[in-house]
Write a protein that binds this ligand. Structure first.
Ligand SMILES: *[C@@H]1O[C@H](CO)[C@@H](O)[C@H](O)[C@H]1NC(C)=O
Length: 219
């Protein structure tokens, strides 16, 4: 009996250890918990729930992704999020979705999602998707409508519209709020800004070059 139980327990423990880094948001403890951030100042890992008695059908539906975002900006792209902030019904359910509209020649610039793996589907257009691993290897592919891609959690990636038409992709995340760090904004557009001498040393250029780039990102 014991000789069977021991390897079994070891296997369970090994599976637990292997699975824990892959886990994203914690599992819910009830059917749903529609977010009601206004009702409480209490901070929890997520948002407090609306009382079940006031849940309505509309809590489970959203028009957040129904319209293209304006691509009239420096990157010629726009990310529209259906995450827990725009769609409170997602609270505690561990997933969310974005639409990414990219004009020809536009880019969703290099960025990472610290809390989620991403699964993307190109619906229109021709998109170059690039991923950089922690070993600094660049992986990329040009995707057409109907083709999909996966961005492992936390890796830097971008999407660039190679085509002549507007591109649209839908991305799903295993987090209700995947978070995003957009590399150029993080480095050159933080408030307050990172000292220019730090960035000059980092990028091996003069501070004027750093200041020029900062000026593009509101600093
Ligand atoms: C994205 O599109 C929305 C809706 O058109 C707009 O309000 C927002 O300013 C756009 N964001 C950027 C960065 O252009």
């Amino acid at each position: 009996m014991e000789s069977v139980a021991r390897p079994f327990l070891f296997l369970c423990f090994a599976l637990f250890l292997l699975s824990s880094p892959c886990r994203s948001d914690p599992d819910p403890l009830q059917d749903f918990c529609v977010a009601n951030p206004q009702t409480s100042d209490v901070t929890v890992n997520g948002f407090p729930c609306k009382p079940t008695s006031s849940i309505v059908s509309d809590d489970f539906f959203s028009t957040a992704l129904s319209k293209a975002g304006s691509t009239d900006n420096i990157f010629s792209s726009n990310v529209t999020a259906a995450d827990v902030l725009s769609f409170p019904g997602l609270n505690t359910l561990g997933l969310s979705m974005n639409r990414v509209d990219i004009a020809p020649g536009g880019v969703n610039p290099p960025h990472t999602h610290p809390r989620a793996t991403q699964l993307g589907l190109v619906l229109h257009g021709q998109v170059l998707v690039g991923i950089i691993s922690t070993s600094n290897v660049f992986y990329s592919k040009i995707l057409n409508a109907g083709e999909s891609f996966v961005i492992p959690r936390g890796l830097v990636h971008f999407e660039y519209n190679m085509g002549k038409e507007a591109a649209l992709e839908i991305t799903a995340f295993n987090s209700q709020l995947p978070g995003v760090l957009i590399a150029p904004r993080t480095l050159f557009g933080s408030m307050p800004g990172i000292p220019s001498e730090v960035l000059a040393k980092t990028f091996q250029v003069d501070q004027q070059v750093v200041n020029l780039i900062k000026s593009k990102f509101g600093n």
